[in-house]
Design a protein. Sequence first.
Length: 158
Amino acid sequence: MNTGGRYEMTGKNRENYNKNYIAYVNSFDPPTQHFKNCFRAFLVGGLICCIGQALREVFEKVLYLNGDELAAAVSIVLIFLGTLLTGFGVYDRIGRYAGAGSIVPITGFANSVASPAMEFKTEGLVYGLAAKMFIVAGPIIVYGVLAGTLVGLIYLFL
């Protein structure tokens, strides 16, 4: 049907066009290798956690830390390593290889803060670095705090 110089598809034509378009787009998209991706994520995420556990053992046995001090020291070192690797561009390569395996641990959080800070540093300290630093991690922090508060209140009243 022609209405004002514009062609409108109706019914069967639209369905065929949608199917053909999806088939065309899928022809350019490589098939997803779910098992390989999950294995890589598991491997790298597990390796990061093993590094954290090794740090914990060293801090406990060599520096005689325990409790909150031990947990804080391990977290600080992992955050530092995640930020340092982001600064050198290594964490991006790890992320491309491992996917979610590099995002889930605490090093992924450090990466999500450091990456935007590095990207927008040319815009200045305030409008670039400070304003954009929490563009990814900000919502995570806000909703994490809200969820923690909500769970704490539910625990308090139950």
